[in-house]
Design a binder for this molecule. Structure first.
Ligand code: NDP
Length: 325
């Protein structure tokens, strides 16, 4: 059958995204065909589009979506036609009306969570889960520093960390985003461009510094993040919004109080169907318990994915964004 999808034939700016008709084969053994109802937008999609995270071309794009099971391949008994499912993972081809996907990498969407919310939370919510529960395990009473606090991952992480009993200092780029970050639970919000982040963090923590920094900005914020930590604190460097972090000497960690640095990626924490299911159970329970709400603040037609890329790269979005096929 034919379906419409965004394809990438070359790396570059948003203009390289092409909305085209492609041939989709019947699902193979162990696969389902998902008719997408909502597709999650992630800053990572822009790294793949630009070539920072290279893909083999031509390629699809997009790593999280929700939809309905439209066909099942041989040997699939865990899911049935008409089931509402969501997924995150590779190869990227979520920016499409329909795709085939391994049944054991799809999860049923719980009642009470809409397709848009599920599409927005599979990659970003599971990232929030491993950041707070596996990378640096947040403890009640900790103070943590979180970049892009009003963004997709940032909005979820602020809420969940607050629910776990942490105090969250957020960093954002403007006052409107500061208001969003406060509404989600940040006790204090710093402006990214005001300078002296470490000095301000020390003022807010009686000179001590924070237990952990969750840094998605990367290159431009790396040293500020190290300088904001308390002794034995952990820098979780998990994104490259300003570019990839450059090489550094481990001795710099000794100079600042025996610090820890980790550079994690979601897919290492959900690499097996069992680990994926366990993580989803914890995440969906957190949503059901009210630990976090999913705020879908922007919607674009799938065919206008390029505009969505322009807006997230220009820092115009807050919360989550979905593309609608
Ligand atoms: P967001 O919705 O958070 O959008 C990105 C935000 O980054 C912007 O809104 C902006 O917030 C901030 N930002 C800071 N500097 C820049 C810059 N130079 N250019 C653009 N934006 C900048 O995106 P996502 O929720 O999709 O992702 C958040 C981060 O998490 C990304 O860096 C992504 O790579 C990372 N990530 C990492 C994963 C992993 O497993 N390692 C998995 C998922 C996401 P502001 O204007 O307030 O500064």
């Amino acid at each position: 059958m034919q379906t419409q999808a965004i394809l990438l034939h070359e790396f570059g700016g948003p203009e390289v995204l092409r909305y085209e008709s492609i041939e989709l084969p019947e699902p193979g053994a162990g696969e389902i065909r998902i008719r997408h109802t909502a597709i999650g937008l992630n800053l990572i999609d822009t790294y793949q589009r630009s070539g920072l995270y290279p893909l083999e071309l031509p390629s699809g794009l997009g790593s999280e979506a929700a939809g309905v099971v439209e066909a099942v391949g041989e040997g699939v008994d865990s899911l049935q036609l008409g089931d509402r499912v969501a997924y995150t993972g590779r190869p990227p081809m979520a920016y499409s009306q329909a795709r085939n996907w391994p049944a054991d990498r799809a999860v049923a969407i719980p009642d009470g969570i809409s397709d848009e919310e599920a599409a927005a939370v599979m990659l970003k919510g599971l990232t929030t889960w491993y950041l707070l529960h596996r990378s640096y395990v947040v403890q009640p009473g900790d103070t943590i520093l979180l970049y892009a606090a009003a963004g997709g991952v940032g909005s979820l992480a602020t809420q969940w960390a607050t629910h776990l009993g942490a105090r969250v200092i957020g960093i954002v780029s403007n006052q409107a985003k500061a208001e969003v970050a406060r509404q989600h639970g940040c006790s204090d919000v710093l402006m990214a461009d005001d300078g002296d982040i470490p000095g301000k963090v020390r003022q807010l923590t009686d000179g001590e510094g924070v237990a952990a920094v969750y840094d998605s900005v990367g290159k431009d914020s790396f040293w500020d993040s190290l300088d904001s930590l308390r002794p034995h604190g952990t820098l979780v460097s998990f994104g490259n919004a300003s570019g990839a972090v450059e090489p550094f000497a481990p001795l710099e960690l000794a100079k600042r109080g025996s610090l820890f640095v980790t550079r994690p990626v979601l897919f290492d924490f959900i690499s097996t169907p069992e680990s994926l299911r366990e993580a989803c159970a914890v995440m969906f329970k957190a949503i059901a318990d009210g630990a976090m709400k999913i705020h879908v603040n922007q919607r674009y037609p799938l065919a206008e994915a390029a505009q969505a890329h322009r807006d997230i790269e220009a820092r115009k979005t807050t919360g989550s964004t979905v593309l609608l096929p």
